[in-house]
Write a protein that binds this ligand. Structure first.
Ligand code: ZN
Length: 153
């Protein structure tokens, strides 16, 4: 990471950890799923309101480290209003970026704020913290309802 990128990484994680966006529950959710990362103790419930193949609204609640919470928060902002097919693309892309399998520089425009999580690839223990929200989102959108998913399954 260069200095500018590191600064942005820290700034976004601190900001979203301190004041997570879309935090809380969603009474009229069509999809609800709990995700946990036992290695770190991260545990969140995600609520989605899906209509006409689009995520109209999203909330999450729970507890975890700064990386998982900020990742969930940034993800919630990012997916609101997007089509499920489009989100599926990002689930895959985000996981590859965080694992260091792709160069984020090539996807900056597409990723926007999500690109900062490429910084997590330098800390292998934290990769599952960052991917937990996306892993849970993917499972919620594709059939797992009212259950729990784990990064260790
Ligand atoms: Zn964590």
């Amino acid at each position: 990471m260069d200095d500018q990128f590191r600064e942005l990484y820290q700034e976004i994680i601190l900001d979203h950890n301190r004041s997570p966006r879309n935090f809380g529950s969603l009474p009229d959710a069509t999809h609800k799923l709990e995700g946990q990362n036992p290695l770190c103790g991260d545990r969140y419930v995600f609520y989605l309101k899906v209509k006409d193949g689009k995520v109209e609204d999203v909330r999450f609640e729970g507890k975890g480290c700064a990386i998982s919470k900020s990742s969930a928060s940034v993800m919630s902002e990012f997916i609101k209003g997007k089509k499920i097919e489009e989100i599926d693309d990002y689930v895959d892309l985000f996981q590859k970026i965080v694992r260091g399998e792709l160069d984020p520089a090539e996807y900056m425009e597409k990723l926007g704020k999500l690109a900062v999580f490429a910084g997590v690839s330098e800390f292998p223990m934290r990769v599952k913290c960052a991917t937990l929200p996306w892993h849970t989102l993917h499972n919620a959108l594709h059939g797992k309802h009212d259950a729990t998913v784990s990064t260790e399954e």
